[in-house]
Structures are given as structure tokens and as C-alpha cells.
Design a protein around this ligand. Sequence first.
Ligand code: FAD
Length: 497
Amino acid sequence: MTSTTAPIPLKTIVIVGGGTAGWIAAAMLARFVPRATKIRLVESDAIGTVGVGEATIPQIRLLTAALGIDENAMLAATQGTFKLGIEFVDWNGPGSRYMHAFGAVGRGLGVVPFHHHWLRARAAGLAAPLGDYIASARAAADARFDRHPDLAYAYHFDATLLARWLRGLAEGSGVDRIEGRIVTAHRDGESGDLTSVTLDDGRTVEGDFFLDCSGFRSLLLGETLGVAFEDWAHWLPCDRAMAVACETTTPLLPYTRATARPVGWQWRIPLQHRTGNGLVYAAPHLSDDEAAARLLANLDGAAIGDPRPLRFATGKRARFWDHNVIALGLASGFMEPLESTSIHMVQSAVARLLALFPSADDTGAARDAYNRQTHGEYDRIRDFLILHYHANGRDEPFWQGCCDTPLPEALADKIAQFRAGAILTQDATDLFTDPAWLQVMIGQGITPATWSPLAEGLSEAQLDRFLGEIRARHAALAASLPDHAQMIARQCAAPSR
Ligand code: FAD
């Protein structure tokens, strides 16, 4: 009989890159990996970070909890605000708007999900818009916020300040930061594993495990190990963004806004000291100069600085963990910021790594599971984003092209099920839950042919009362909350204000 023996710890983990991905990984590893393993992070100030990435989803609070972060202190340090969801404007045709708010939609009755009752009530002329039955959407509409068990929330923050703040946290926990530009990566002649990286001043940094957080360049996984990139431009056609900040306006909205434009869409992210804006567009349809002009013409306040162009490719790597390298963040792939998923994907990848953590004599047993789970997460998020583009109600050539593009099979099935009988079935790897899919499908004009026969159990009077109670409760909750800006001023104002 063989015996179970203690694992041999990794000696050194080298993190390449100090953007949001690198410093999230560094802070988490410093917290959870025993001190026998050294953690070193190499970054180059000369190269810098992508510098955008300011909106998050509620799962970010798992990260702050895991790191033992004081939420108020973090928001004060990053000019942060609260986020209750995303308002989508003009996606289902000019003048349309809906909210994808965080948290539950209404409440189920018996075994029947809420939306079946709502669809029945809507057909009978008894229902208010879906957002009236979602606590977060109701509070968002009034620009009110406080921490409350019924409100699911996330944050907006300044991405550069966040990386700086995380760096302080990680360095305080023993992470060794090395400044310098990596020029070469070295592999073991036999195993092909990475052994070290060399900097432009000749220094060498050795490690037995590497996290590639080098951004779009994917220095280790893409360039050194040659792992291919799977391009999704045919499904998600935007490949550029033009970003500019502008002065804040009142009220301070506790949500992101995503406004559809003739080509692509524009984000609006309110922070304490400024509002972040960006136009996401497709190069074949719009020049950079035209994109900058359109962005500047559609700001709520005076622009701060000049618009900054960003180029990206939408897609993922064929493997995320190859040999002794895991890519995180932009080095692993990218999907545009429509549902603010990138930072979450860094955090969930780090959680997955910790759950499957290798030892120095790792046999690669965990690699397949890691790659399978990460592919699943990527593919389901991709489908959710494609839904926004596909089910649009606009008539410009760019948007017509999005309607006409054949869908991935799983998404086509999901839409067909919803159209047929308002059926929503969540896949285990899907980050987005049924309430999220429901809000976007309804908001973008997908109308189910019918609802569950089980929803017929209530009389019309009972149905009316049931919906009315939920609506009244959410309205009362919203009315009881402080104004978002006042709440921030009291609890987490940035020092310079
Ligand atoms: P980067 O920020 O690019 O960092 C790369 C690091 O690698 C840098 O420190 C750099 O110095 C270092 N590096 C590179 N090459 C070398 C080298 N040779 N030697 C040494 N160091 C090197 N995400 C969200 O969650 N929400 C959003 O709202 C959101 N909006 C976005 C909008 C746009 C237009 C884009 C493009 C992205 C957005 N993202 C968003 C994604 C988010 O910005 C990134 O996922 C996140 O910042 C992680 O970036 P990163 O750390 O992987 O890469």
C-alpha cells in the first residue's frame, strides 16, 4: 500500500506584469500561499498598464472579503462609487432603455419563477416594467444607495489607483516587486517548462511557476509557449475603444450606463472625482478620428484630457495553463467591457488556481480541470455578450450585421427555449444567473410565446396583489435610502474631496 506524503512546495512563483491582474494575483497568493513559497512580481513602469477597467460585478466583494479589505477604505483610496447594475440605452432601438440590475427579480411563488407570473400579468395589462420588481433597479432609478441585504452591489473605481492600492497590500504581505522590462524568457531543454526571465539590464529572475499577467502581449503563454489565440471577432465585432474622462455631473448615479451608438456603444462610469467614458467600436465601420469626435460630442461634462485609443482582439487562448505557466487577465484573452467581466475573470481564475494549487513535483493533474473550467466560463460569458449584439432593435448596417451573424449553438438553444415558453436553465459554468439573462432578453425585445402553465394557479386579483406587494416594498426601500453621493460623502469620500 502506498502512503500519502506531504507535498513539496514551489520555491518561487514569478508574476509577470503589475496591472490589475498581476496585483490581484499577488495580493491573493500572498494571503493564501504558505511562506515557504516566495512570490515575486516583475513589472515595467516604462510599459505601463492598460489603465482602464473601472466597473465590476458583485462577485468583486468575494475578493475584498478574501483579502480582508475594508470596503470604505478601498473606495476612498480609489475614488470609488457603488454600482447597482448597468442601464442599457437605445439597444432595442432609439428611445429604449432597460436596466440589468444585480440581484433577484421579484420572488418566486411555490415552484414557479417570478418572471412567469410577470409575463402573465403583463399580457393582462397588470404589470409595471420589470425593473419595478428588482430592488437594485428601483434604488438605482432614484440614485439612492446604502448597504442593505436586499441590494446586490459592486463598485466603480479608478483602475490605476486600484492597482496602486493592491500593490501596497501585496507588498505589505511580503511580495517582492522587481522593476524592469523582460526581454527574454528561458525554457528547460527537456521539459519545456519555463525556468527564468531576463530583464533588459541583464538581471535574471528564476521561478518554478509563472503567472503571465503581461496584458494583451501575452509574453509567456502566447509569445514564449506559442499557445494559439482563438479569435471571436465574427461574434463580437468591436476591436477598438476610445476612452476619455469628463467632469462629474449630478446626481451621482449608482450604476454604469451603456448607450448603443450607430457603430458600437459608449460606456459611462461615474467615479467620485470624474466620470469615465469610452466608445467601443469596430474599426472597419469607424475611423479613430471619427470615434474621438463622436465620443467628445456625447459627454455629460467637460472632457478632462484628450481621448485615448485602445486596440484589442476579442477571444481566448487555446489553453490558459500550459506547462508551468498560467495566464491571467488580458494575457489569457479578452471580451469587451459590456458586462464588466474582465476583473471578475482574473479573480475567479486566481480562486481556481488556489483550489487546484500545484506542488513542485506537480504531475499536471490539475491542468486539464483548470483549462476546462476556464473555457466554460469564457464561452458562457461570450454568449451573454453576443445576446446584447444579436437581439438589437436598431437599423444601422453595423447592427443589422450583428442580427444576421449565426449564433453559437448553446446561445441559439437558450434563446429558442426562452422564446418558446420563457424557459431559463442555468449552465453550471455560467457566471450570469437566470435573472441576468431574463433582464437582457426582455430588455432587448425577446418576447416569450407563453408562460408556465403552473402560473395559472393564481386568480387575476391574487396576481395583481402579489405583484403590487413586491413593487410597493421595493419603492419603500428605495425611498428609505440616502442619496448615493451623500452616502459616499459620509462613509467613503476620497481624501482630496
Ligand atoms: P495590463 O493592465 O496591460 O498590465 C500588463 C502589465 O504587464 C503591466 O504592468 C506591464 O508593465 C507589464 N508588462 C508587459 N510587458 C512587460 C515586459 N516585457 N516586461 C515587464 N513587464 C511587462 N475590466 C473590467 O472588469 N471592467 C471594465 O469596466 C473594463 N473596461 C475595459 C475597457 C477597455 C477598453 C479594455 C481594453 C479593458 C477593460 N477591462 C475592464 C479589462 C481590464 O482593464 C483588464 O482586464 C485589467 O485591467 C487587467 O489588465 P492586465 O493586468 O491583464 O493587463
